[in-house]
Design a protein around this ligand. Structure first.
Ligand SMILES: Cc1cc2nc3c(=O)[nH]c(=O)nc-3n(C[C@H](O)[C@H](O)[C@H](O)COP(=O)(O)O)c2cc1C
Length: 382
């Protein structure tokens, strides 16, 4: 099992390397009848795309082409295959560092596992952040599917370089981060200052993404190993550069007393619901209705010009390495789109598993369209 696929009924396979000809995704398990266009995918890809302010200067248009699974503008229930051609490949930098694995990147692990001769060292190959193009494509399909359940998946940066940024209390507020180049909900000047300072010192920043899924129905998640929180954890921790995961109050709950750690159960519109977000909207690994709130920590970009020690694979001598090339000063800005996509894939998969969506055919109604349009309303033009 090479682990290039994720999900049980809604299954996303990503393929392609950073400096190969193309990358893409195959999405299996999307029911028939859902309108799907390249515009739908493009709108989500823009939020992950390099070349925006304070991201890697690599210019990739990330134009998606749907090759299969859509006929007359609607899904057919067959595998949806999407390709994105790599347009701005420059592998020259990587020749000079081929024999010196970059500290913090996946080079050393790939050489040890697959062998030096078999390793695609260009731009990190499969371990490049570029692999996540396929995840965002899968996530766009999942988000559209979830629109029919009234579920909206949002994300934003809550921490950058150790500085906290505001959180969202409602879906519209959360969606506004899509219009911010820093994916924050306020205090953009501070985000820009932090990034400019790190860049001027040729350094990089880490951060934390909060993902909130609004309107999640109760009953998502299987009781033992396929708990919703377990699948979300795996999904998030599979994103390159992720280093931590929290549900609800997360690690803060470990410091609390039991008396302050439970969400009260309260009556709302004739229904028992959670009166807090300590548990992140799940109990026993199953959604109970209301928002699902999780956080993912991302390390600072490891490829920077400040030297670090490595070993030359040929000579076995230690030597310092500075990493030239085109890199993100803070992965976390672009990781928001990826974390949202992974959350949507998990929720779409569990919605099918719970029988809340038919695995065969979808009735695309005006209410599905209304929810999907909300993403469009908060989509940057480019
Ligand atoms: C959207 C995105 C962009 C990334 N950009 C870079 C980058 O420009 N330079 C870099 O060294 N790592 C980048 N990474 C992180 C590497 O892919 C990652 O550190 C590498 O695969 C090693 O995996 P690990 O950090 O999870 O151990 C990026 C990750 C993501 C999700």
């Amino acid at each position: 099992m090479a682990g290039n696929s994720f999900g049980t009924l809604f299954r996303v396979t990503t393929w392609g390397e950073s400096h190969g000809r193309a990358l893409g995704a195959v999405i299996d398990g999307c029911p028939a009848g859902m309108p799907l266009s390249e515009d739908d995918l493009r709108a989500e890809l823009i939020l992950r795309r390099p070349g925006r302010r304070y991201t890697t200067p690599r210019r990739e248009p990330d134009e998606p082409q749907i090759l299969s699974g859509v006929f007359s503008g609607r899904t057919t229930g067959m595998p949806i295959s999407v390709v994105v051609w790599n347009r701005d490949v420059d592998s020259s930098y990587y020749e000079s560092i081929r024999e010196t694995p970059r500290p913090g990147h996946a080079d050393l692990a790939y050489v040890k596992k697959y062998g030096y001769e078999n390793w695609d060292y260009r731009g990190g190959g499969r371990a490049s952040g570029r692999e996540t193009v396929g995840r965002v494509i899968g996530g766009a399909v999942a988000k559209k599917l979830l629109s029919c359940l009234g579920v909206l998946v949002t994300g934003y940066v809550v921490e950058l370089g150790g500085v906290s940024f505001p959180k969202a209390d409602d879906p519209e507020e959360a969606l506004r981060s899509r219009l911010s180049p820093f994916r924050v909900l306020g205090n953009e000047e501070e985000a820009e200052r932090l990034l400019r300072e790190a860049l001027s010192e040729r350094d990089s920043l880490g951060g934390v993404v909060e993902v909130v899924a609004w309107g999640v129905p109760p009953g998502l998640g299987e009781p033992v190993f396929d708990k919703l929180k377990a699948d979300l954890a795996k999904a998030m921790m599979s994103i390159p550069a992720s280093v931590g995961f929290e549900v609800g109050w997360g690690f803060a709950l470990a410091k609390a007393r039991g008396s302050g750690a439970r969400d009260p159960i309260v009556a709302s519109a004739g229904e028992p619901v959670l009166g807090g977000e300590r548990a992140g909207g799940m109990l026993g690994g199953i959604s109970v209705g209301g928002p699902i709130r999780v956080r993912v920590a991302f390390k600072p970009t490891s490829s920077i010009m400040i030297p670090e020690k490595t070993v030359n694979i040929r000579t076995l001598e230690e030597e310092p390495i500075r990493v030239p090339g085109r890199h993100d000063p803070a992965i976390v800005l672009r990781a928001v789109a990826v974390a949202e996509a992974m959350a949507a894939i998990v929720l779409a998969d569990h919605s099918l598993r719970a029988g809340l969506l038919s695995p065969v055919r979808l009735e695309w109604s005006a209410s599905c369209e209304r929810v999907w349009k909300l993403y469009e309303e908060f989509s940057p033009a480019s």
